[in-house]
Ligand binder design. Structure first.
Ligand code: CMC
Length: 433
């Protein structure tokens, strides 16, 4: 990486009567860090940071996020500008190649996405073996893991093949997602079409049927592009760190991404979009008393949390949420779709934002709070929401896997711990226990 991030400055740590010096790093946006890689060697101590809230696990040039100011950019481009002006495929190219594509590069990339859109017919049979109502995220992660059996392209230097592998993955995950939905309904799958753009193709595979052809609506396509762009990357979140951690053991791209999909599934992470919708639906069905839910979220004895609220890094309004909230109004307006859940979400947000509990803890709505309303308006069922998040996050996972693989400072991820278990105990044979 061209930027010389070591400033020459040293942080001093005084421990056991000795002063130790640790180098200081400053990123291009002024983010400061102390390089503690020599800490244990110098002092015998390790750093303790459960949940890694104060740990920079890598040096990265993909995404910048400032949680205090509510800023998010991919490769230096502001997220709002990208969401307004680009297609998802352009942004995927940006994340994975480092620069926005020229027309020729975009054409070539789109051609690859088209060429790789089919999945092996033997893989299609896998879908038949899942029981009805299988969670789509379980299907997605196993199907993605299986890709390396069908497309074993990992060589000693997988970066030689990375463009093909990533285009293959981006294209096939879209097909797998749509097929899993069709299979969940017991309907025949709809094959990808070469004449359609990435998002239009996905929608067509989801909603076209032999008895009712799907009419592509460009406003719906635009809304989907926007949502996927907003989910494209978010630096070292749980699933991306998982992809990096699994990949650090020199595991292939497909298996690493499959692990990321599993991490994303959790309701505290990508699963929150489904949890928000289920929460709004149940408030709506029980008469609309959202204040009760706010009270429950505040009760320290109740494990319930307001889904779609709060963020590890944002201590102000999530910039993605601002864009999605506005897009919600536009999409519903365009589609002439009125959704009582949108009104409910807005009222809930207003009440929470004025409540001392949420104010004191800087809890604002996050990217997941309004995204489900748009998905619902364009016909995506709630059970598929987290799959949609995975589709959007895929270019980010790929970019991070690639960066990790190529990092001169790469080492297998292997944190330490502070052991507090029993001291050495004499072994007791089974009959004497
Ligand atoms: N509702 C009620 N209280 C909350 C919430 C919430 N949604 N989020 C955090 N808090 C409280 C929490 O109980 C704690 O209170 P106290 O200081 O009294 O113990 C305080 O705020 C700080 O929370 P934390 O758990 O230390 O924060 P964290 O950084 O570890 O967790 C989070 C971040 C996103 C997991 C959490 O805010 C949460 O569970 N939110 C709901 C799930 C959600 O919407 N997840 C999507 C995140 S954005 C998309 C993505 O990354 O996938």
């Amino acid at each position: 990486m061209p930027h010389n991030y070591y400033t020459g400055e040293k942080a001093e740590l005084k421990i056991d009567g000795q002063v130790h010096e640790l180098p200081v790093i400053v990123g291009t946006e002024g983010e400061k860090a102390i390089d503690i890689r020599s800490l244990r060697g110098q002092t015998g101590y390790v750093a303790f940071d459960s949940g890694y809230a104060n740990t920079g696990s890598c040096i990265s040039n993909i995404t910048y996020l400032d949680g205090e100011r509510g800023v998010l950019s991919y490769r230096g481009y502001d997220i709002a500008e990208l969401a307004e002006n680009c297609s998802f495929v352009e942004v995927a190219y940006l994340l994975d190649h480092g620069s926005l594509p020229t027309r020729a590069e975009l054409g070539e990339f789109s051609q690859m996405l088209n060429d790789f859109a089919m999945i092996h017919e033997d893989m299609i049979r896998f879908f038949d073996s899942y029981p009805p109502k299988s969670p789509p995220m379980a299907i997605l992660s196993s199907m993605v893991n299986s890709l390396c059996s069908f497309y074993p392209e990992m060589t000693e230097n997988p970066l030689e093949n990375i463009d093909r592998m990533s285009a293959r993955l981006l294209s096939k995950v879209r097909t797998i997602a749509a097929f899993s939905y069709k299979k969940s309904l017991g309907y025949p799958v709809v094959y990808p079409r070469h004449d359609l753009s990435y998002c239009a193709n996905f929608l067509n595979m989801m909603f076209d049927s032999p008895v009712r052809p799907y009419e592509i609506n460009h406003k719906v396509v635009a809304a989907l592009n926007k949502l996927l762009i907003l989910h494209g990357d978010h630096e070292q979140n749980c699933s991306t760190s998982t992809v990096r951690m699994v990949g650090s053991a020199r595991v292939n791209l497909y298996a690493s991404v499959s692990a990321g999909i599993s991490a994303l599934w959790g309701p505290l992470h990508g699963g929150a979009n489904q949890a928000v919708m289920e929460m709004l639906q149940s408030i709506h069905e029980s008469g609309g008393d959202y204040r009760q839910y706010v009270e429950r979220a505040k009760d320290p004895k109740d494990p319930f949390r307001l889904a779609g609220f709060g963020h590890r890094v944002y201590k102000t309004y999530d910039p993605r949420c601002r864009i999605i909230k506005q897009a919600c109004d536009e999409v519903l307006d365009d589609l002439k779709f009125s959704d009582p859940l949108l009104d409910l979400a807005k009222e809930l947000e207003e009440v929470a934002l004025k409540d001392d509990y949420f104010v004191e803890r800087n809890l604002y709505p996050n990217v997941d709070f309004y995204s489900g309303i748009i998905y619902r308006a364009i016909g995506i069922p709630t059970s598929m929401f987290t799959v949609m998040f995975a589709l959007g996050r895929l270019p980010g996972w790929i970019a991070h896997w690639k960066e990790m693989w190529d990092d001169p400072a790469w080492r297998i991820s292997r944190p330490r711990q502070v052991y507090i278990g029993p001291l050495s105990r004499p072994f007791v044979p089974i009959d004497q226990r």
